[in-house]
Write a protein that binds this ligand. Sequence first.
Ligand SMILES: Nc1nc2c(c(=O)[nH]1)N[C@H]1C(S)=C(S)[C@@H](COP(=O)(O)OP(=O)(O)OC[C@H]3O[C@@H](n4cnc5c(=O)[nH]c(N)nc54)[C@H](O)[C@@H]3O)O[C@H]1N2
Ligand SMILES: Nc1nc2c(c(=O)[nH]1)N[C@H]1C(S)=C(S)[C@@H](COP(=O)(O)OP(=O)(O)OC[C@H]3O[C@@H](n4cnc5c(=O)[nH]c(N)nc54)[C@H](O)[C@@H]3O)O[C@H]1N2
Ligand SMILES: [Mo]
Length: 755
Amino acid sequence: MAIPGKKPVISEPPESAAGPAAVKSVLSHLNDKTGLASGAASLLKMNQPGGFDCPGCAWPEETEHRKRLEFCENGAKAFADEATRRRVAPEFFAHYSLSELEEKSGQWLNEQGRLTQPMVKKPGADNYVPITWFSACELIARHLNALDDPNEAAFYTSGRTSNEAAFLWQLFVRAYGTNNMPDCSNMCHESSGTAMTQVIGSGKGTVRLEDFDHANAIFVLGQNPGSNHPRMLAALERAKAKGAKIVTVNPLNEPGSRNFRNPQKLSGWTGKGTDLTDLHVPVRVNGDVAFLKGLCKALLEAETANKGHVLDREFIKQYTTGFEDFAADVASTSWQSIEEGSGVGEAVIREAAEIAIKAHTTICCWAMGLTQHVNAVANIQEVINFLMLRGNLGKQGAGACPVRGHSNVQGDRTMGVWEKPTPDFLERLGAEFKFDPPQAHGYDTIECLRAMDAGKVKVFLAMGGNFAAATPDSDFVEQALRKVDLTVQISTKLNRSHLITGETALILPVLGRTETDRQPDGEQFVTVENSMGVVTRSQGRLRPASEFLKSEVRVVAEIAEAVVGPRSTIKWRFLADDYHRIRDHIGKVVSGLSSFNDRLYDDGQIELPHAVRDAREFATASGKAEFTVHPIAEPGTDPGHYMMTTIRSHDQFNTTVYSQNDRYRGISESRWVVFMSEADMAELKLEAGDAVDLVSSSGSSERRLEALSVVPYRIPRRCIATYYPEANPLIPFDAVATGANTPAYKSVPVRIIKA
Ligand SMILES: Nc1nc2c(c(=O)[nH]1)N[C@H]1C(S)=C(S)[C@@H](COP(=O)(O)OP(=O)(O)OC[C@H]3O[C@@H](n4cnc5c(=O)[nH]c(N)nc54)[C@H](O)[C@@H]3O)O[C@H]1N2
Ligand SMILES: Nc1nc2c(c(=O)[nH]1)N[C@H]1C(S)=C(S)[C@@H](COP(=O)(O)OP(=O)(O)OC[C@H]3O[C@@H](n4cnc5c(=O)[nH]c(N)nc54)[C@H](O)[C@@H]3O)O[C@H]1N2
Ligand SMILES: [Mo]
């Protein structure tokens, strides 16, 4: 958590992204954390054949245009953070009690370095003490095997976990007897998966990286690639060079999306950079349904004026259903309600539509700005409506591109880490390993928290992540976590989830992706799947941070052996001795990965099949892609309320905060801020730097954050922005995306009270 009270230093945001400033930032991170020479040598292996996959985001690496330096500033920071020379050893836990550590910020905790040894906190104790791996696994087994029902346990996964570890993990959880597998995806792109599965029959994106070279228009909605997917800027720059127009739809005009100085090219060091965005559409927070309806309305009106030249009638007729109802609804929606709902004028929406009409091929990219709202599923289905009007699905240079977050979050789902597995997957899993997997759906993240609070989850294991800080409604979550009997964190770095624990708690430290993974049968590599469905290998090369670390795969195997060993015929340790054996099983269970090992060696990478992208086949109820109708979201701000969104800075990876600065937004020394328009500030008689409290309410309960500094910013009126995770205590637990349960982190009505 941030330290309240500290004042930010506010300056003008920079005009361009990346460039020399990014290189300077990389060098200083490496120098502080890993030592410059060894850090730089290892970075050269990142995203290269035979090297390791970047532990940062899920943007695919280039193959055709691969550079010697195939990484970005933020990937380098994620690397340096894992490769740090600092250590959290048993002496650290002897020195600091849990009560003391709870007062420390998340940034401080992370800065203490890598976890080195298994630790246990016993009931009533206020310190962690060392425990052997064997005793830790026995302890887990005792707790799990004492439960009345396997559904009293839950198994969280964060998205850095490799395919091999994820596959073994879900196999263990199902062999134990539950589908309670909440994951970070539940807080992230769940809305995208749900929305797309309903209307196009697949939850994954329909574009390849090469499609960016063939796109005439690219819409980037609710995404900040400059900070969160910086390598995407290179793809946008190339598209731009070939004449593509780029439209960004975002309440903030993010510097990273405006101008890009490619540090991999000489011109990025000396020149002016590339102006990426042709049109910025400053929607109000949660104004996207209204904006997208406006866009479709402009397209339909243009078709009426110029019959046969705007819509792809062939596509609509052959591949879709529901067009008539959709068109009628759009026609009956007034421009006035579109302008009010989106906060954007008709002229700007028509300008965006004009770009789409002139483009033969359009890609829509999006991220959390669309997925984390109560009406998030509607947001994404409106994107699909818009794409379908001009046949932009299953066509080169076009398609839907939900840009995933964690580097293997998509792969973890492909491996079966899902609380709602398909019957088909379970059948193949059961046949391969000769057991009956549980059929009933398990808890997602929100349901898991509710069950914890109700005393129905008694044992909680987390494969990575920072469950306590990433989830909404922090006070509620912490209270729920403390009701659990045993919490287990399988982690690389210290975070809040190690401090907010059940009665008994374990920390199990693991190898990171950058480190050598040696097993009895030799050095191992793992695989990951990027945001575009391409599976590649990743092999760490650094010396492990401690001799006591185990790989995630090995830890899962040892826990599984202790918990279900005698009851199952699966040879857990044998599988972990050589990951090829795990991949052989994956090839038989997961469709699209047959002959997994052979193809990895032959081709280096495997592209998973995608029926929509490859064949315009839609596995929906109707067998067609479906147009859908959605109401414009209510502004949701009663008088006196502002709509708060939560954002990432340029110096964090999710709950891991590297510094209190946000170079791209001109903020330094404090993240305890609220971004606000000057007009709203004037109305409330606030000056830059003034302290305010934010209060959100749901039902009868109120949540409050105190003394945040006001920062004047170009953001639509009655909208404000704060940082994730600092603002998570304000996010009501019960505000979630309809149908997907993704927390509505990006539309929280709050009151502003002058402190
Ligand atoms: N360096 C770095 N890289 C990361 C991460 C990181 O924390 N740091 N996190 C990873 C993960 S897990 C994820 S999911 C992704 C997240 O990547 P992003 O989704 O890009 O991250 P956010 O900062 O949450 O929000 C994105 C944008 O949504 C805009 N926005 C907010 N509300 C609205 C709205 O109502 N409508 C619209 N149209 N826009 C809105 C914000 O202004 C912001 O620019 O990045 C991944 N990559
Ligand atoms: N307000 C608000 N809340 C949000 C969001 C938001 O936009 N706004 N975004 C949401 C999103 S998109 C996401 S994805 C979630 C993120 O939720 P999580 O994935 O749970 O959180 P992270 O901060 O990514 O987890 C960081 C921790 O993972 C561990 N770790 C790192 N690498 C490894 C590894 O290789 N193996 C293992 N076992 N552990 C490792 C380290 O201990 C580190 O401290 O947060 C969500 N919460
Ligand atoms: Mo995410």
